[in-house]
Structures are given as C-alpha cells and as structure tokens.
Design a protein around this ligand. Structure first.
Ligand code: ADP
Length: 193
C-alpha cells in the first residue's frame, strides 16, 4: 500500500493537491478537516464539540480526532490501494498513535511530503478563501492563531518523520500543476525504489 501524508501549514494547498493525487494514483483521500466539518454540518455531538475548538483556531483533542480517523480508515481500507492523509497527523502524539494503529493493521506510512509556503502568502490565500468558504476559521485573527499552532504543534511532526527517513519537502509556490509535478516526481521515485 502507498500511504502518503501531506503536511503543511493551513492554506498550503494540501486539499487541492490531494484531489489530483487521488486521481493519478487511485488512492483514497482522508481529510480530517473534511471529516470534522461533516460532523459539524450534521450537528452531531462530536461535531458540536469540534466546532468549539475549530472556530477559535485550536486543534481538536488528539483522542477525538484519532478515534474519528481510525473509524473512517477501517471502513475504507478494504479496496484501497492506499491513503492520502491530509491534515493528519497534526501533532507528534497523533503521529505516534498513527504508527501504532497502522502497525496493528499490518500497514505502514510510506512517507510524508511537506508543502512549504511562506506565511505572508498563506494569509493572503486563506483570507481570499474566507470570502467564499463560509468557514468560521478563515478570518484574520483565527488564521494567525492557526499558523502559530502549526509552528508549535505541527511542524515537529516533520522532524518525527525526518528521524524515520520518511520526509520530503517541496516548494508550494507556483501554479497548481507545477506543484503537482513536484509531488509526482517524489512519489514516482519512491515507488521505483
Ligand atoms: P487547514 O489546513 O486550512 O487548517 P483543515 O480543513 O485541515 O484546514 O482543518 C481545519 C481545522 O480542523 C483545524 O484548524 C483544526 O481545528 C481541525 N483539525 C483538522 N485536522 C485535525 C487534527 N488532525 N487534529 C486536530 N484538529 C484538527
């Protein structure tokens, strides 16, 4: 199985690139942000709780998101060639839980791709997205908070995969197709190893 983590700050283009990768490599896309937003939309108990974190720009607690993700993985795994994990893991605790859960399922993470985009550009993109997304977290104060949390909580996830020899970084500035090309080069090289 090919299990790829797409990592990068909010607004780096993980969702856009995931959609293209799913088509090219017939992988299944798992976005924890999407899973949480669908819980919020259905006004489930989990969704109401998640919303209280997300709308303030905070991460939802590790135990909560791990449970949601594993449930989803187990329902999707049967006929999957692999997964694109988008927005997970976002803390080292989540990375450790993911490792353990995959080991238990006789599976493993192949590698992580870090999409790097400078802060100023991220803020511009997220404010623009906020004009149409209707997302409660796409406003300037919350964006700044999310970027700060990315630096303190999520950036260490990159180091975790670096230590495992499973880390790749790409420049996330440029045309969508160009960035997709950069990601594809890494995946093709890894597949031919
Ligand atoms: P973005 O990458 O633009 O922040 P996402 O859709 O990936 O957007 O996530 C939106 C919000 O959902 C995050 O700010 C966070 O509050 C919550 N969230 C998503 N994934 C996780 C996760 N793995 N752990 C904790 N919270 C998460």
């Amino acid at each position: 199985m090919l299990n790829i983590i797409l990592c990068g700050a909010p607004g780096c283009g993980k969702g856009t690139q995931s959609a293209l990768l799913v088509d090219k490599y017939t992988l299944k896309h798992l976005s924890t942000g999407d899973l949480l937003r669908s819980e919020i939309e259905s006004k489930s108990e989990v969704g109401i709780l998640a919303d209280s974190y997300i709308s303030k720009g905070n991460l939802v607690p590790d135990e909560m998101i791990i449970e949601i993700l594993l449930k989803k993985i187990d329902t999707m795994a049967i006929d999957a060639a692999g997964f694109i994990l988008d927005g997970f893991p976002r803390t080292v605790g989540q990375a450790e839980a993911l490792n353990k859960a995959f080991e238990e399922r006789k599976n493993k993470i192949s590698f992580l791709i870090d999409i790097q985009v400078e802060k100023k550009e991220l803020i511009t993109r997220l404010l623009k997205r906020g004009e149409t997304s209707g997302r409660s977290d796409d406003n300037l104060d919350t964006i700044k908070k999310r970027l700060q949390i990315y630096d303190t909580k999520t950036a260490p996830v990159n180091d975790y995969y670096k230590a495992l020899g499973k880390y790749h970084a790409i420049d996330g500035l440029g045309e969508i197709e160009e960035i997709f090309g950069r990601i594809s080069i890494i995946i093709d090289a890894e597949m031919n190893k």
